[in-house]
Design a protein. Structure first.
Length: 182
C-alpha cells in the first residue's frame, strides 16, 4: 500500500492526467493518494499491536512506542518505529499543507522516501517468528517487500530523470529583457 501511495505521488508530481492519458477516466489522484496514505497510516499503527499478545518474548506498550529496549530485535524495531513516526509526521504536515505553504511542505514530504527505505529494511530483516532464526531473504513476504522497494527506487529514478528533461514552465521574459539578452 505504501508503494502504491508513493507511485500515486510520483504520478501527481509529474502532472499525470488520467483523463487525457490512460485510462481516460476522471480520477482524482490527490484524493486517492490521500486515502491510501491514511490507510497506510492506520495499518502501520495497528501493525505492532499483536506483539502485545505474544507470550514469549513479552512486549510491553513501552517496547512498542520506544523500542530501544524491546525484548527482541531492538535495532530492527527502532527502524520500524522511526519509519512510523516519520509517516505520522508526513501525513500531519500534508494535512496542513495549505497552512505550511507548498515551498516549506515539499521538502518535508520527501521524507516519504526515508519512510519507504526504512520500511523495506525493517520488513526484510525482521524475524517474524521471534525465535532468533537467521534472516531468510528467500521468504516470499520478504521478497515482496524488497520488490516493492525496488519498484519505488526505479519509479523515483524515472520520475527525477523525467524532471531533468522537462523543466517546469518558465514564464516568458518581458519584451525589454528579451532584446537586452539577444
Amino acid at each position: 500500500m505504501l508503494t502504491l501511495n508513493i507511485l500515486l505521488g510520483l504520478l501527481m508530481s509529474a502532472r499525470y492526467n488520467p483523463w487525457t492519458r490512460w485510462p481516460h477516466r476522471r480520477i482524482n489522484l490527490l484524493k486517492f493518494h490521500n486515502w491510501t496514505a491514511y490507510l497506510v497510516l492506520a495499518v502501520t499503527l495497528a501493525h505492532p499491536i499483536p506483539l502485545l499478545f505474544v507470550q514469549k518474548p513479552r512486549f510491553r506498550v513501552r517496547d512498542i512506542l520506544y523500542p530501544v529496549s524491546s525484548p527482541e530485535q531492538p535495532l530492527v524495531n527502532v527502524l520500524g518505529a522511526i519509519a512510523l513516526y516519520l509517516l505520522i509526521f508526513t501525513v500531519i504536515t500534508s494535512y496542513f499543507r495549505a497552512a505550511i505553504g507548498r515551498q516549506r511542505w515539499k521538502p518535508l514530504h520527501y521524507l516519504t522516501y526515508v519512510v519507504a527505505a526504512l520500511s523495506v529494511v525493517h520488513g526484510s530483516i525482521t524475524d517474524q517468528h521471534l525465535n532468533d532464526s537467521p534472516i531468510d531473504l528467500l521468504d516470499a513476504e520478504k521478497l515482496g517487500i524488497i520488490a516493492c522497494g525496488l519498484v519505488v527506487v526505479v519509479a523515483a529514478t524515472l520520475r527525477f530523470r523525467w524532471t531533468l528533461r522537462h523543466p517546469k514552465f518558465k514564464p516568458p521574459l518581458r519584451q525589454g529583457m528579451r532584446r537586452a539578452g539577444a
